[in-house]
Design a protein around this ligand. Structure first.
Ligand SMILES: [Zn+2]
Ligand SMILES: [Zn+2]
Length: 163
């Protein structure tokens, strides 16, 4: 039996990690702290036991959003990476930072008291592909050819770019 392994990391590639067991409890959290920490409408998180979380490159920078919670991020590029109650033996990672995030489908939502009133309307918004959003194919090509984002797989060596 091959060992379970899901990999992920930050946008710049300075921090990479692996989950060594199937993550559980995938969810989104609408609480105001998660909104702020992710700069978004909610935080998408899924967890493993701490001993099954392995940093494979770099280190997490930590912001304690309260005495009870440590939020890990990349100090180089700012990607939110982890969430942990300091007294817990589990750690959650941001689903979007996984190399194959679509594999992890949220099963519930927390922090509903802070959920935005228009949240349910999001799937109904008019949808455009990235190329039509920028309305500039040349810019899209330039972004792709000067991409500083780490690829969605482990790399043997990597020098973070973009600074
Ligand atoms: Zn980074
Ligand atoms: Zn939250």
């Amino acid at each position: 039996m091959s060992e379970f392994r899901l990999t992920g990391g930050c946008q710049c590639g300075a921090v990479r990690y692996a989950l060594l067991e199937e993550p559980s409890g995938p969810h989104i959290c609408h609480c105001r702290m998660c909104q702020k920490a992710f700069g978004s409408f909610f935080a998408p998180l899924t967890g493993v036991s701490r001993e099954k979380f392995e940093l494979t490159r770099g280190e997490l920078s930590i912001f304690k959003s309260s005495d009870l919670v440590e939020r890990g991020f990349c100090r180089n590029c700012g990607t939110p990476l982890s969430f942990r109650f300091v007294d817990s033996d589990r750690i959650a990672v941001s689903i979007g930072s996984l190399d194959e995030p679509e594999k992890i489908e949220p099963q519930h939502q927390y922090g509903n008291e802070a959920r935005f009133s228009w949240f349910d309307k999001l799937p109904g918004l008019a949808g455009l592909e990235t190329t039509s959003e920028t309305d500039a194919p040349a810019r899209t090509t330039a972004i792709a050819s000067s991409n500083h984002q780490h690829p969605d797989h482990d790399t043997a060596a990597w020098l973070p770019k973009g600074k």
